[in-house]
Design a protein around this ligand. Structure first.
Ligand code: DP6
Length: 332
């Protein structure tokens, strides 16, 4: 086999990866915890062959398999292919076609789903059989958060101290807890500041060291909340954590403001709705879009209310999902 296709989910972090201890290896300053998202998927086909002179990387646009492709001069993708080639000891060039189930401009990080799918498809195309730990480590080198898209369901990325010890593993399987993540899209702009610069800027915030002191307790609370399926504890803790990440970004030198009016509108509405018994909690990554976490019984009502908020363009409903997996259906 010299061609393989993988499907992999994006993931939402309950405890965020923000700031690195060893930048070149994407070794973080803290452990992070996430859930895979069933409707934010990347599919990637990789073929390695001597018929290719150069690496050819194409993105299928607009979440539409028939809308044509755009070539990507993506250095990070080629670097990741180089890592895979190095493990296999080959110089073969690759053709890569990749497709996101969510609109490319949705402002949802596609690097986690993208680099985990690429790592699995690329290694499988070269007949390398990496176990989940090795695959998580390899994905991490492409994009830190991608290491958490390898295990199924809920994952913990233990920061580790070096390349060998920093990887994600499963905390709980897909069916452990019927949580929902309704992503409210309030901005389809490309991120103003990449997460890469965000990680570098984090330590310039005077509050970053305090964040690191508070994290062990917060991480324990998330672990306890998942173990006991305690939505109140989970919700309160993810909100605190999301605000903390944005506080660090807003107080960095130079400051970065990711939120817009609708982001704040949703944060306030959720609080009101909770007092009426409709229980949803927010978290955001490095962007304006809001992930609303709830249990299944509140999904429909929350989805309806979110879509009625001014500035919400549409929503994407996700359930806990499997991690990266191989599929038979190739994109070319
Ligand atoms: C805010 O370095 O994994 O989403 O720059 O897109 O590769 P890319 O992202 P990455 O940082 C993710 C940061 C975060 C929090 C998180 O997912 O833990």
């Amino acid at each position: 086999m010299n061609k393989a296709t993988a499907v992999s989910p994006a993931n939402i972090a309950f405890i965020k990866y923000w700031g690195r201890n060893i930048s070149e290896l994407n070794i973080p300053n803290n452990d992070s915890i996430s859930m895979n998202l069933s409707n934010c998927l990347t599919t990637t086909t990789v073929e390695l062959s001597d018929k290719y002179r150069e690496d050819e990387i194409q993105l299928i646009l607009q979440g539409n398999k028939h809308a044509g492709t755009r070539s990507l001069a993506d250095k990070r993708t080629i670097k990741q292919l180089d890592r895979i080639r190095q493990i296999a000891g080959t110089h073969l060039k690759a053709k890569v076609i990749t497709y996101n189930s969510f609109p490319a401009d949705a402002g949802i990080a596609s690097s986690a789903s993208g680099f985990s799918a690429l790592s699995l498809a690329g290694t499988a195309a070269l007949d390398l059989t990496l176990d989940k730990k090795e695959l998580s480590r390899l994905s991490r080198l492409g994009s830190g958060s991608a290491c958490r898209s390898i295990p199924d369901g809920f994952a913990i990325w233990e920061k580790g101290v070096d390349d060998e010890t920093s990887f994600a593993s499963q905390l709980k399987p897909v069916n452990w807890w019927r949580l929902v993540d309704i992503v409210a899209i309030v901005s389809t702009e490309k991120k103003k500041a990449s997460s890469l610069s965000g990680h570098a800027l984090a330590k310039t915030s005077p509050y970053y060291s305090r964040r690191l002191e508070l994290l062990p307790k917060r991480t324990k609370n998330i672990l306890r909340a998942i173990k006991r399926k305690n939505i109140g504890l989970l919700g309160q803790t993810i909100e605190e954590e999301a605000i903390d990440l944005h506080l660090i970004a807003m107080s960095a030198r130079d400051p970065v403001f990711y939120w817009n009016g609708a982001t704040i509108g949703i944060m306030k509405s959720l609080r009101e709705w909770r007092s009426e018994g409709v229980e949803g909690y927010f978290t955001m990554d490095a962007g304006a879009n809001v992930h609303v976490i709830c249990e299944r019984k509140h999904e429909k009502e929350l989805n309806r209310r979110l879509n009625a908020i001014e500035g919400v363009q549409y929503t994407i409903v996700n359930y806990p999902a499997e991690g990266a997996r191989l599929v038979e259906d190739h994109l070319f």
